[in-house]
Design a binder for this molecule. Structure first.
Ligand SMILES: C[S@@+](CC[C@H](N)C(=O)[O-])C[C@H]1O[C@@H](n2cnc3c(N)ncnc32)[C@H](O)[C@@H]1O
Length: 167
């Protein structure tokens, strides 16, 4: 991904270490419901402490963490982007992309990390959002990158997307 240091720093700053947000996060709960313990799972944009990863590992899931820039810590697997996964989830990550170009690069990177038939699960909270999201445009972009198997629903004030990569 071709991003400047300033772009990466701006996105890094969106992370919070508050366990209150972690307890409320919907995406890890959906991972619990949909995944099997033998699935290879990636937390993409896990934040410096990778708190969801710890919780899911405690429940027996096989999860590794990835982040970038100043948010990389010993929690992150330096080889995370060299493998493919059954499930990649991104909790409060897509909404903090700071340009449409960055959004597209991030989605393309995630698609390369999925096996055919693998699932990309993410939320799009109403706030914060760094760019204007048009849901129909986002669906079009997702279908160009991942294929047409896209499920989306509103849950409270967030959109939840489950995208299955085409074979
Ligand atoms: C708002 S925080 C969310 C952290 C965590 N997922 C959570 O639910 O609390 C967004 C995180 O995504 C990371 N991030 C955003 N875009 C990314 C990208 N393209 N590659 C790697 N990490 C990314 C940021 O660095 C930041 O740590």
């Amino acid at each position: 991904m071709n991003l400047s240091d300033d772009q990466i720093k701006a996105v890094n700053k969106t992370a919070t270490n508050s366990s209150r947000f972690v307890d409320q996060a919907v995406i890890p709960k959906l991972v619990e419901e949909m995944a099997n313990t033998d699935w290879r799972i990636l937390d993409y944009g896990s934040g410096p402490k990778a708190l969801h990863v710890h919780r899911l590992r405690d429940l027996g899931f096989n999860v590794v963490a990835h982040d970038f820039g100043n948010n990389v810590t010993t929690e992150h697997d330096p080889k995370a982007l060299t493998r493919t996964y059954d499930l990649v989830y991104a909790s409060s990550v897509i909404n903090v992309q700071i340009s449409h170009e960055m959004l597209r690069s991030t989605l393309v990177e995630i698609s390369t990390l999925l096996d055919p038939g693998g699932v990309f699960l993410f939320n799009l909270p109403k706030e914060p959002q760094k760019i204007d999201f048009d849901i129909q445009d986002l669906i079009l972009t997702l279908s160009e990158i991942f294929g047409d198997d896209i499920d989306y629903k509103k849950r409270n004030s967030s959109w939840i997307f489950t995208v299955t990569k085409g074979t």
